[in-house]
Design a protein around this ligand. Structure first.
Ligand code: NAI
Ligand code: A1CAB
Length: 277
């Protein structure tokens, strides 16, 4: 079967990781177009992946069955408005990864009904360990949903949401989530250094512990509570540490953090989605 042509509008970090994943998955580079006003980005992508490049968004989109919108949320309105002439109610499929931008706003900027899938990936996609939630509007057909899923599956786990509003929670959890773990790692490293370990030992032990805990949680049949209990001997060291974390209200801190990120996603959608913004 002929491979569908993909056009990336925006050739930055996320586009680069998606393209890398797709090629590693066996896709033919000739079926991929990238448009970006930044010539140096296009040259680097062409050099690295042998994909087709152009500074002209319309040229790339006209070639494609799937148009991946991989620009910053602040750029999406102008980019979408400039692509109106390629929109029809049945094709191409528009796959947006812009944080916060809601499908009805994008559809309005594109100038009419169009098949749109909204996705929220995360930066571990750069190392093919991403987690992406997807939501499709009613204009998309099953084949288009499958195409959207296959683009994101090339860089990690994918799952579908039934309600677009849940994208706000997903953004707070897995979209921003890598930063929470990086913060925890930073804090653990610092604490160990303060207690006498040298920098590189503290870093290495922290990273391997984070990796090992995630791998174990993914591979185990047991939930996080049970896995934690297994480390925590009664009267032992972990118990003391967990008590200190509970006394510092770690659960409330995460509840507040996710709520704040969820609220900010909503705020951004309002700010960037209204046409008089
Ligand atoms: N970084 C993250 O953790 C996540 C990012 N995202 C979303 O992915 C999208 C892309 O993010 P990054 O790749 O990190 O940004 P980036 O800044 O690396 O890439 C954006 C690219 O768009 C290009 N561009 C600017 N104006 C353009 C135009 N008019 N037409 C075509 N291209 C244009 C820029 O030259 C740049 O190469 C954003 O909407 C972001 O919200 C989604 C999930 C997680
Ligand atoms: O911080 C942000 O706004 C974006 C959305 C998810 C990850 N980064």
């Amino acid at each position: 079967m002929r491979e569908q042509t993909l056009a990336f509008i925006g050739g930055g970090n996320m586009a680069t990781s998606l393209i890398g994943g797709l090629l590693a998955d066996g896709r033919n580079a000739q079926t991929i177009w990238v448009a970006d006003p930044d010539r140096s980005k296009l040259d680097a992508l062409h050099h690295r992946f042998s994909v087709n490049t152009t500074p002209d968004n319309l040229q790339a989109a006209q070639e494609a069955e799937v148009v991946v919108l991989a620009v910053k949320p602040q750029q999406l309105r102008a980019v979408a408005t400039g692509l109106k002439s390629v929109v029809t109610p049945s094709q191409p499929l528009w796959l947006t990864i812009a944080a916060g931008i809601r499908i009805p706003d994008l559809e309005r900027w594109l100038g009419g009904p169009a098949p749109i899938v909204r996705a929220m990936p995360n930066t571990p996609a750069l190392v093919q360990a991403g987690a992406t939630a997807l939501f499709a509007n009613a204009q998309t057909n099953p084949q288009q949903r499958q195409m959207a899923e296959s683009v994101l599956r090339a860089v990690g786990l994918t799952l579908w949401l039934k309600d677009e509003n849940l994208m706000e929670v997903v953004t707070a959890l897995s979209g921003s989530g890598p930063a929470y773990f990086f913060l925890v790692m930073e804090a653990m490293e610092k604490a160990a250094i303060n207690l006498g370990l040298d920098d590189s030992t503290a870093r290495l032990l922290t990273l391997e512990t984070a990796f090992g805990a995630a791998k174990m949680a993914l591979e185990s049949e047991e939930d996080s509570i049970r896995l934690r209990q297994r480390v925590t001997s009664p009267g032992g060291t972990t118990e003391r540490a967990i008590t200190a974390l509970e006394e510092a209200h770690i659960r409330e801190a995460f509840a507040r953090a996710l709520r704040a990120a969820r609220d900010r996603t909503r705020e951004l959608a309002e700010e960037l989605g209204t046409d008089h913004a």
